[in-house]
Design a protein around this ligand. Structure first.
Ligand SMILES: *Cc1c(COP(=O)(O)O)cnc(C)c1O
Length: 390
């Protein structure tokens, strides 16, 4: 019997090593990785530049503390601020922590204006994490069940519905922020319309609210721009990152701009591990490789060809509802629950995921090549055809 707490329905496979976009299990079988550990392994596996940078930093110093200056963290903050066109960065270790920082910041922002009970508008089907506040912000009753009382101060509206936000604004004078994913990941790869994104930006400006973009899954180049919000030409007041930031080394970030910057002072928030030298070096190296190897343009091009390839290979197949996505964040929605496709793909040497019951989700490493894209399309289209024909 395992002593692991039973929080995951794990597949019966363990990987011993990887190279590029391929993982090898303990029995020697190879798998094409089209999931990247859920959008984490930006540079794939065993990337030589990342391995060397981590090893060199480990040989100097792993951890000091945020009680001292951490030069690698300062350099990373400069870099992220430049890439986002924003001002300040707080480092933590995960997506939920980055969102906790954003939520605390929004409440702090409200209190400073005399709003004692600040509220944040959040979206249906949103996923923001598993801690109490981020679980409360998440729009999934199943994951919340059994953990009540939830944290108060969240008002939920349908995604892509500006009118619903305007309606809340009319009667709720405690609102201080709107929080959303530009591409909803766990919710089933739903994209915020550019018009909706610009509308949220405008209403936040008019009302003096913060616009918070949870870029934990869709950030770090995945959608074909550094940040998902850059497609619509907007800039939020707060953006959060984690998953792909350290390419497998845990690190999260909460980035602020304008009226959201300069709010926290010493003592208002903190993290023991956040942005330690090892994690900061992993993120700096991830960003450097993305830039050197032009991986963002690659994500856009390979993602497009995978979507087009799938559309062609699955054309006319009964049971396909939609094939959608942006860059290397791709969803194939079927007309029926398809969780069993994950195990079938594993048998076929392919790592994928199913989310929201009916959506096959692909989040390959950003180093995914055009050839690997074609391999993915041919293996996956066959699996989906067989599944739907059964
Ligand atoms: C994964 C995810 C989170 C939570 O990140 P953790 O590192 O698991 O805490 C938050 N928001 C989004 C959009 C995510 O995809």
């Amino acid at each position: 019997m395992s002593h692991l707490m039973n929080t995951y329905a794990r597949l019966p496979v363990a990987f011993s090593h990887g190279e590029g976009c391929w993982l090898t299990d303990t029995g020697g079988k190879r798998y094409l990785d089209a999931l990247a550990g859920i959008a984490v392994s930006t540079l794939g596996h065993n990337h030589p530049a990342l391995v060397a940078a981590i090893a060199a930093q480990a040989a100097r110093v792993l951890h000091t503390s945020n009680l001292y200056r951490v030069p690698q963290q300062e350099e990373l903050a400069d870099k992220l601020a430049a890439l986002a066109g924003m001002d300040e960065v707080f480092f933590c270790n995960s997506g939920c922590e980055a969102n906790e920082a954003a939520i605390k910041l929004a409440r702090f922002f409200g209190h400073r204006q005399g709003i004692d009970s600040p509220a944040i508008i959040v979206m249906e089907k949103a996923f923001h994490g598993r801690t109490m506040a981020t679980l409360s912000a998440t729009g999934n009753r199943k994951t919340q069940a059994g953990f009540e009382p939830l944290v108060s101060g969240f008002v939920r509206v349908p995604y892509n519905d500006l009118g619903a936000i305007e309606a809340v604004a009319e009667h709720n004078h405690n609102v201080v922020a709107v929080m959303l994913e530009i591409v909803q990941g766990e919710g089933g790869i739903h994209i915020a319309d550019p018009g909706f994104q610009r509308g949220v930006r405008q209403i936040c400006d008019e009302k003096g609210w913060l616009m918070i973009c949870d870029e934990v899954q869709c950030g770090m180049g995945r959608t074909g721009t550094w940040f998902g919000f850059q497609h619509a030409g907007i800039r939020p007041d707060v953006a959060t990152l984690a998953k792909g930031l350290g390419s497998g080394v845990p690190i999260g970030a909460c980035i602020t701009a304008g009226k959201a910057a300069g709010l926290f002072k010493p003592g208002n928030h903190g993290s023991t591990f956040g942005g330690n030298p090892l994690a900061a070096v992993a993120a700096l190296t991830t960003i450097a490789v993305i830039e050197q190897d032009k991986l963002i343009a690659g994500a856009e091009a390979v993602g497009r060809s995978v979507r087009e390839g799938l559309a062609q290979a699955l054309d006319g197949v009964n049971g396909i509802v939609d094939i959608r996505g942006q860059g290397l964040m791709i969803g194939i929605e079927l007309d029926r629950p398809c969780g069993e496709l994950v195990a079938r793909a594993l048998d076929a040497g392919l790592l994928i995921n199913v989310t929201a019951d009916k959506v096959v989700r692909l989040l390959p490493p950003l180093i995914f090549s055009a050839d690997e894209g074609r391999e993915l399309v041919s293996r996956l289209a066959q699996l989906i055809r067989d599944f739907l024909a059964a």
